[in-house]
Design a protein around this ligand. Structure first.
Ligand code: BGC
Ligand code: NOJ
Length: 811
């Protein structure tokens, strides 16, 4: 069952029913000011940091679900309704929500009145625009009362939810004309305020929530709206809101537009006050002046659309499969960009108050996003590397505002360092910018300890190389990519749980997954050494990589698949000898994509085992059999009920690893089959089962052991976005940046007749046509660049050349 459809021409998903199985959201904002917006107008806004600089209040886990947002109440006679259906939930005569790239449009009708609400964050401006157009389609004049509503958050979102003894007394606002200013804490710790304004004279306002709603009422039936008259309340403590009232008479056929702006302003200390106690409004007025007219708003919206068109033109395909085309050209890249911006902070599953930027998460996000805005990838790399410790290990997370490592979580996730190599190498392949390796970057944000970025990579590599366990495999530490596999969590103290365990540093548990990473990214690091003239280091690195390769074959192979790990007692994890958790997905995918066991024929065996033991119709599960009982010595993994999350859920993030691994051994049919199973556009038809947005990936789909097999959770902010894009764009479609140029090496299903692609790479445009006359799955039989036949599958990069016309024949 579907709740909407893709409008590919406009690059929108059109939701046609407000009662989607879960809120289906979109993100507004590209740089500093962001908003989340659901298909019923729910969500909230923040500036840079969703925890510390939250503009509007959101109620998590609320009932009814998803109530708080930017709401517009239309009172037409006795009928009160909202263009986004919530919060009044009046049945609408028609409804649609179009989520586009950085904007959302709600179009609804009730009793021959049409409302169209367009929401977006304009480029280079710290505000959200809500343009509301009302049109009377009846043949009688209508008297309409319109009320806007947002609820301010007192900036720090955690304090806002907890520190009521203080908060109920600090709220402050100013009202001037049609603008409501939220200035809580401005007199003291803040250098900023928010403004919520409309571009027309108003008939009244409210800034005090209780006055607007009335006692014991919810946002679904504000008393002010019912009575049709604002109270002109001035918030003093309690809960400041912004609400405008506009009364208008619309003649038959007449329409009227209003532009509401919610903005964030920062004021320097010297200019804080206009008069004693009166905030300096000049910067706000300057911002509002930019969005006073419909034309200005149209122009800003066009600029935003243009921005996205330019961005997404860097990689486009034309295939015979609409679902594939739309995911590659639009939605997968869009999600990569959003995930890069948000890391794991703010979604409908991440509260925006918890995690900062993840070291491994951000490095992986880079892989899917780097081609879009390489400069921002560069900046991010420097930020991430600046939090690394001198011994090469890393803070697991850092705070986006301070860019400092998060001490509470600390380090100990032993896969983290190697992801830095992955991110840097992807950046250099994309841009050719080897200069970044010479950039001086501090350790632990201490400038006195700055070293060239290349030295950071060396320490990353050496951290793993020098932290090996009894089988010559990397020590896992607190966990590797799988946060929940905490194998050093054994305890001699009865009653201790994985949450309280503290001895992971001394444990000798080992990870076959990190071994796979070491082989893959060790080779990339060696390549960087060679290309920067350090042959000796390259040789040392490659020798260590070879040794690891052998260690995996010797101690990391279980007969039919790769082992997952050794625990703290050197017992096997992910082996046929185990009762549960006999096979794990991660090492099968990652060892093979690192090339381990390919020539020995083990790769094929491992991937066949994945198909046999982990596959389901909704994707490949993380492990099997699911852990039935809780085992403290395995850590968090077995704390989940079977089929959920890391305990045998379909963890979408590592499905592409297996798909890439399939391309390594040339099985295009199978690679594509795996790709399709978790790909949102292909599961749109079963939205009632899948439940999350059919235009973006979710972190997890419930596995076969779960009662709700096929149900997804945690949409939007997941490494799945980057890895599926790497998979589909670089391995299936097969257009992959390498140091010397663009490689074209597709691995597609045999029934795909070919495709066309356009790739903008280092400022040159590549027009690529791939033909598949003989139903091949992989292998370039013929490569023609600008009429000239060449050998191999790489198009050498020629400095200054702006266009390449490439034809490839598979066979
Ligand atoms: C959660 C995992 C999750 C991880 C994210 C853990 O505490 O329980 O399931 O993937 O945090 O870092
Ligand atoms: C989500 C985390 O953000 C990511 O870092 C981790 O690798 C996966 N969960 C798997 O545990």
């Amino acid at each position: 069952m579907k709740f909407g459809y893709f409008d590919d021409a406009r690059q929108e998903y059109v939701i046609t029913s407000p009662t989607t199985p879960l809120p289906w959201i979109n993100y507004l904002g590209c740089e500093n000011f962001f908003s989340l917006i659901s298909n019923t107008c729910g969500g909230y806004s923040f500036y840079k940091d969703a925890k510390l600089l939250r503009l509007t209040r959101y109620r998590y886990n609320n009932i009814p679900t998803d109530t708080n947002g930017r709401y517009y109440y239309i009172k037409d006679g006795d009928t009160i309704w909202n263009p986004g259906w919530q919060p009044v939930q009046t049945e609408l005569d028609s409804y649609s929500c179009r989520h586009g790239l950085g904007y959302s449009v709600f179009t609804s009708t009730k009793n021959e009145l049409t409302a169209e609400l367009t929401a977006f964050v304009p480029l280079n401006n710290n505000c959200e625009i809500n343009r509301l157009t009302l049109k009377n389609t009846s043949n009688q004049a209508k008297d309409i009362s319109l009320f806007s509503y947002i609820e301010f958050c007192l900036w720090n979102a955690v304090d806002d939810m907890t520190n009521f003894q203080r908060n109920f007394s600090i709220g402050e606002v100013e009202i001037e004309g049609s603008a409501i200013y939220h200035k809580t804490e401005y007199r003291e710790r803040r250098n900023h305020y928010a403004v919520y304004a409309v571009n027309t004279a108003i008939d009244g306002y409210d800034t005090d929530r209780d006055s607007f709603l009335g006692a014991y009422r919810g946002v679904n039936r504000p008393i002010v709206v019912e009575q049709g008259k604002s109270t002109n309340s001035k918030a003093s403590g309690w809960a400041p809101i912004g609400s405008h009232n506009i009364n208008v008479t619309l003649q038959p056929g007449e329409e009227m537009s209003y532009v509401f702006v919610l903005g964030y302003l920062e004021i320097d200390e010297d200019n804080k006050w206009e008069a004693p106690g009166v905030i300096n409004k000049a910067p706000a007025k300057e911002m509002l002046a930019k969005f006073e007219t419909n034309e200005q708003v149209e122009t800003a919206l066009d600029e935003l659309k243009e921005h996205w068109t330019t961005l997404l033109s860097k990689y486009t395909v034309e295939t015979n499969d609409d679902k594939l085309t739309r995911m590659v050209n639009t939605w997968n890249q869009y999600q990569c960009m959003v995930t890069f911006n948000m890391s794991r902070s703010a979604s409908y599953y991440e509260s925006g108050t918890g995690r900062g930027m993840g070291f491994r998460d951000s490095c992986q996000d880079l892989l899917g996003f780097v081609h879009l805005i390489p400069d921002r990838a560069r900046e991010r790399i420097i930020d991430i590397a600046s939090t690394q410790f001198e011994d090469g290990s890393a803070y697991h997370q850092y705070q986006p505002l301070t860019k400092k490592g998060n001490m509470d979580i600390g380090s100990g996730f032993n896969d983290d360092p190697l992801w830095l190599i992955a991110g840097v190498s992807a950046y250099i392949k994309e841009t050719g910018d080897f200069g970044i390796l010479e950039e001086s970057v501090p350790f632990d944000n201490d400038e006195s300890k700055a070293q060239p970025l290349m030295e950071h990579l060396r320490r990353s590599f050496n951290f793993t190389r020098t932290n090996l366990g009894p089988h010559g495999l990397p020590l896992i530490g607190r966990a590797d990519w799988n946060d929940c596999l905490n194998l050093n969590c054994f305890s001699k103290t009865p009653g201790e749980s994985f949450q309280t365990c503290s001895n992971f540093e001394s444990g000798k548990a080992e990870s076959v997954f990190i071994a796979g990473m070491f082989v893959r990214y060790g080779k990339e690091y060696a390549e960087l050494c060679k290309r920067t003239g350090n042959q000796a280091e390259a040789e040392l690195v490659l020798a260590a990589v070879d040794k690891m390769y052998d260690a995996v074959l010797e101690n990391g192979w279980d007969g039919e698949w790769f082992l997952r790990a050794y625990d703290a007692f050197s017992e096997k994890i992910g082996s046929k000898e185990c009762e549960d958790g006999q096979i794990f997905i991660e090492p099968q995918g990652f060892c093979v994509l690192a090339g381990i066991g390919v020539k020995e024929g083990l790769a094929e065996k491992a991937l066949n085992s994945v198909k046999e033991r982990l596959d389901t119709k909704y994707g490949v599960m993380l492990l099997q059999p699911a852990y039935k009982d809780y085992h403290l010595n395995l850590g968090e993994v077995s704390s989940y009920p079977p089929g959920y999350k890391e305990n045998a859920g379909i963890f979408c993030h590592n499905n592409p690893w297996v798909s890439i691994a399939e391309t390594v051994i040339g099985r295009g049919d199978r690679a594509f089959e795996i790709y399709k199973k978790t790909c949102p556009a292909y599961v749109e038809d079963i939205s009632e089962i899948h439940r999350t947005e059919p235009y973006v990936y979710s972190q997890m789909v419930a596995g076969a052991d779960a009662p709700r097999h096929g149900e997804a959770k945690n949409s939007w902010l997941t490494g799945t976005a980057a890895w599926t894009f790497v998979n589909v764009s670089q391995y299936i479609i097969g257009i992959r940046p390498e140091f010397d140029g663009l490689v074209v090496d597709p691995c597609i299903p045999s029934d795909m007749p070919g495709f066309k692609a356009t790739r903008i790479f280092r400022d040159a445009t590549y027009n690529i046509t791939v033909e598949n006359p003989n139903g091949a799955q992989k292998g370039v039989a013929k490569l023609v660049v600008d009429g000239q036949e060449m050998s191999g599958n790489i198009i050498p990069f020629v400095d200054g050349k702006k266009e390449y016309n490439v034809t490839i024949t598979l066979g």
